[in-house]
Design a protein around this ligand. Structure first.
Ligand code: IVH
Length: 665
């Protein structure tokens, strides 16, 4: 078979399996088999780069982040929906529709209201053309590159006409849980709910990051009037192989709509994604035009919102949790109560401003809610049942764990314990360090860490690797027999020698350093010792030049390794035989090796693209002209100060053409 034929066959085959998996929910092959097809396609494209087209499944994820936000005006505004909360309000809506039309010759489609982020996707000539967020309804953001990463969305469809689809981007609950585990392991804040995670992911500038968020889409509308009814449009969406919720019901009147609301409420908790209501839409599109819209809402549709599950309970006390960074989170300790299938005895109060604003007091009866949120939250106080003699809650002046006076930075909502040795912070820091994704010390659980910190056997993460000297003490702890002590010590030994430097750096919880940054830093330095041997200013400079690491991260890492307390911990880790090595990835060798470039002015390509070319040819990139900058690549409209500084540092000023010549060797 000719390579071009095999290429077309593989593209079609992979698209079909994406469809079966993501749209039909009925895969025919294993992940392994899928990966094999994908690898074959990649190999084929490497051997025949001329075969690569935008519609190839290999082209879903971009090579580099997009350069900032591009606004797009919606051809047809994206309205939002008016809300209703009970049967009366829904009947009232139906009356308005009937009065508006002057007859009862209409039907409704009732369908789930998905709780995510709205998206418009335009196909033209059979190809995915544009993805735009809702924005303010008139102007949204171009997020095409992120929409392309969603494998439920085909890159080509069998419909040459322009098709403007609207739908909801969601994240499955189970995908969010897995994602949050990873975030917590990296020392990042977990997403509060799938909606925030989806909306945030859609707007990421780097589609490689968006691709990791496991986004899905369900389309619920086609803007063009290719069909007469909404039900036909939903069928067409499905027939074209596009993802839709497939849970709608055609209803002949409002009573049938109420029946759907009832049925759907009973089953929605078993869906893999969050829904927060039912959308009721007039089915006949011509009648929609007759009804028209108000300034904000269509008159032909309404949302029926389900109440988030709530429970009432009593506040027994208000305490504050101390996090790894010292931030204090107020928490309400509650009389245990059943809520959405679990017993809840603690609920977040977010921050001190929140407690003050809601005036939550010990003894109060509060309403708590889970509503798709992972952690229950206190929503409101029932003032009418407040007992006499309660007092306003006073934010702690001292850390509840170590009693150091707390501080509040001006622009922050959080109070912080600034004692780096605070046992609360130490415990939280050790949990981060030992979690999966970081050093993965699986047997060192929370209860054990708490005991070890309380007995001062663990003062920092370095002490973990000296625990084998304290075998006797370990045996004296609660629920620690010979066997469990062995297991813990073995798990520690596995972590001692079996982890990469990037896992170690992730675990240290250096501000702003997540797994991706940790990986890049690890590949630059190879060992912890190398980081210790490099002066802080040099780390800042070197990392600033590393592609993918911004100046803020560079500064943060430099500050971390410039701090004597942190250096002591690092030395301890090394002394305890923690290996954590990483293969150093050398900068490319090439015609520009040994030269450093600063790029400025308006050029024929985005600056990032030029930086990339310089690095690929072995050159270094400087963000400003400084000592050691060999060339200043100047485009149009170069600032005078740049030229002056080039003069001062003996930097040669060249143009793009000269740069191209240097790269060509
Ligand atoms: S129809 C004019 N259908 O709810 C019609 N919207 O406040 C507007 N949503 O921004 C949209 N599920 O993101 C429609 N089945 C559904 C929906 C849905 C969720 C969202 C949509 C919109 C918001 C309305």
């Amino acid at each position: 078979m000719k390579p071009a034929e095999r290429h077309a066959e593989l593209c079609a085959e992979i698209a079909r399996h994406d469809y079966l998996y993501y749209v039909r929910d009925a895969p025919e092959i294993s992940d392994r088999q899928y990966d094999r097809l994908f690898q074959e396609l990649k190999d084929l494209e490497r051997a025949h780069p001329e075969l690569v087209q935008p519609s190839s499944p290999t082209q879903r994820v971009g090579e580099r982040p997009r350069q900032g936000v591009v606004k797009v005006e919606h051809e047809h505004p994206m309205f939002s929906l008016d809300n209703s909360y009970d049967e009366d309000e829904l009947r009232e809506f139906d009356r308005r529709v009937r009065d508006g039309l002057g007859h009862a010759g209409y039907s409704y489609v009732a369908e789930p209201k998905l709780d995510g982020a709205s998206i418009e996707t335009i196909f033209d000539g059979g190809a995915l053309h544009l993805g735009v967020t809702r924005g303010d309804g008139r102007v949204g953001e171009d997020v095409t590159d992120n929409v392309r990463t969603i494998r439920a969305v085909p890159l080509t469809i069998d419909e040459p006409r322009k098709l403007t689809l609207r739908g909801e981007v969601v994240i499955y609950r189970r995908d969010l849980d897995a994602m949050n585990d990873k975030r917590v392991a990296r020392g990042e804040e977990p997403f509060a709910n799938p909606r925030n995670a989806a909306a945030g992911a859609l707007r990421l500038l780097d589609s490689r990051e968006a691709a990791e968020r496991q986004l899905r889409v369900f389309y619920y509308d086609i803007v063009e009037r290719h069909y007469e009814t909404h039900a036909q449009a939903l069928d067409a969406i499905d027939r074209l192989g596009l993802p839709s919720h497939k849970l709608h019901r055609l209803c002949k009147d409002v009573d049938e709509v109420l029946g759907f609301v009832h049925d759907f409420d009973a089953r929605r908790s078993s869906l893999p994604y969050e829904t927060d209501g039912v959308v009721v839409k007039v089915n006949e599109l011509a009648l929609r035009d007759e009804l028209g819209t108000t300034a904000r809402f269509p008159r032909w549709a309404i949302a029926f919102k389900f109440e988030a599950e709530r429970a009432l309970t009593k506040v027994l006390s208000i305490t504050a949790d101390v996090g790894r960074t010292g931030a204090l989170t107020p928490v309400a300790n509650l009389e245990p109560v059943q809520l959405s299938g679990t017993v809840v005895s603690r609920a977040s109060l977010h921050n001190i401003d929140y407690v003050e604003e809601k005036d939550v007091r010990v003894g109060d009866t509060v309403s708590i809610e889970k509503a798709g949120e992972i952690i229950p939250q206190v929503i409101s106080v029932q003032l009418e049942s407040r007992p006499r003699g309660t007092r306003r809650w006073k934010p702690p002046e001292h850390c509840p764990i170590c009693e150091t006076p707390v501080e509040r930075a001006e622009d922050e909502a959080a109070l912080r314990c600034i004692n780096g040795r605070c046992p609360g912070r130490v415990k939280a820091g050790i949990f981060y360090f030992t979690r999966r994704g970081a050093m993965d010390v699986d047997r060192l659980g929370k209860a054990l860490v708490e005991q070890l910190v309380d007995r001062e056997l663990l003062r920092d993460v370095g002490d973990i690797f000296g625990l084998k000297e304290h075998r006797e003490t370990l045996l004296g702890l609660e629920r620690m027999g010979e066997k469990s002590v062995d297991n813990v010590l073995e798990a520690i030994d596995r972590a001692r020698t079996g982890r990469s430097l990037s896992q170690l750096l992730t675990g240290l919880g250096i501000p702003l350093v997540g797994t991706v940054a940790a990986q890049l830093i690890a590949e630059r330095y190879g060992t912890l010792q190398a980081l210790l041997d490099t002066p802080a200013e040099t780390i800042a400079e070197q990392l600033d030049q590393l592609h993918g690491i911004g100046p803020k991260i560079a500064e943060s890492v430099a500050a971390y390794f410039g701090d004597e307390v942190n250096r002591e911990v690092a030395r301890k880790l090394i002394a305890h035989g923690v290996v954590a090595e990483q293969q150093v990835v050398e900068a490319a060798e090439g015609p520009l090796s040994g030269s450093a470039f600063c790029v400025t002015g308006t050029l024929s390509e985005p600056r990032d693209a030029i930086h990339e070319k310089i690095r690929a040819a072995g050159g270094e990139v400087h963000r400003s002209v400084k000592k050691g900058t060999t060339y200043l690549v100047a485009g149009a409209k170069v600032g005078a100060s740049k030229l002056k500084s080039a003069d001062r540092h003996g930097t040669e000023v060249i143009d793009e053409e000269k740069l191209a010549a240097l790269i060509a060797g």
